[in-house]
Write a protein that binds this ligand. Structure first.
Ligand SMILES: [Zn+2]
Length: 259
């Protein structure tokens, strides 16, 4: 018996909790059922992708069966059906439409995404990454926010729109980009010192902003994030710039100097 990290009860803990659920790696498995991970250094050598040795990132001794299967499982179940299709009530079955703004930037607006379970699902990946001891998640440490998000997850409370808002981007529409890329999640600070954690999974980029008392989350993040109206905007990374984006994410600047 050990303490479950989510309900804090003394329980039998399960041996295999996924940090990022398997279904998000859909399309990620190559014919040997191994995940292709993005490696910027290999890329510089002209190779680009390395094979990770396992079928995903998981570990034991974190959660009891109820917390993993029922609590987090209920958020996962919704997200899986919302993303890949499955039986859902019409009001929470996402409908997405593409748009182009006057500057030519493409974006997608999705409606009928259940605010509560979809937001808690993304926050559960962030929280699991924070409690994980695996090397892959070493950059994800939530500090005092780990306890706040734990309570949100156990109580099923997604908070307000501006609590840990998530921005969504994608390079799925960039035909030059492989959509089976997973990059090591990172903590990023913007120029105003606001922290966020970024996950790149199967062509989608999830950036979760961390609230602080002194600094406000950027207005455009709140405008585009998943709202209580079950609506969100996904920004599309302009075609042909996806690889630059990834390399910058990995801390390697590929843009040519101007002189
Ligand atoms: Zn538990």
């Amino acid at each position: 018996m050990s303490q479950c990290k989510l309900c804090l009860g003394e329980k039998e803990l399960i041996k295999k909790s996924h940090i990022i659920p398997d279904f998000m790696y859909k399309d990620l498995f190559d014919n040997r059922h191994k995940i292709r991970a993005f490696s910027p250094l290999q890329r510089l050598k002209g190779e680009g992708f390395v094979k990770m040795p396992s079928s995903g990132e998981y570990e034991g001794g974190l959660l009891c069966a109820d917390c993993d299967g029922k609590k987090i499982g209920s958020y996962e179940d919704y997200a899986k059906k919302a993303i890949y299709g499955g039986p859902l009530r019409k009001s929470i079955s996402p409908i997405c439409k593409n748009f182009i703004d006057p500057k030519g930037l493409k974006f997608t607006i999705c409606e009928n995404i259940e605010y509560r379970r979809f937001k808690l699902f993304i926050l559960s990946i962030l929280w699991r990454s924070s409690i994980s001891k695996r090397e892959f998640f070493k950059d994800i440490d939530l500090g005092k926010h780990e306890e706040i998000i734990r309570r949100m997850l156990i109580e099923g409370d997604p908070g307000r729109i501006d609590d840990y808002p998530i921005s969504f981007m994608t390079f799925l529409n960039d035909k030059k980009m492989s959509n089976d890329i997973i990059a090591q999640p990172r903590r990023i600070e913007n120029k105003d010192g606001i922290s966020s954690f970024v996950f790149i999974i199967s062509g989608m980029i999830y950036r979760i902003y961390i609230n602080s008392e002194e600094k406000n989350i950027p207005k455009e993040v709140i405008e585009n994030t998943l709202s209580e109206k079950n609506k969100m905007t996904i920004l599309q990374i302009p075609e042909g710039t996806g690889m630059d984006f990834l390399m910058r994410f990995a801390g390697i600047d590929t843009r040519k100097k101007n002189h």
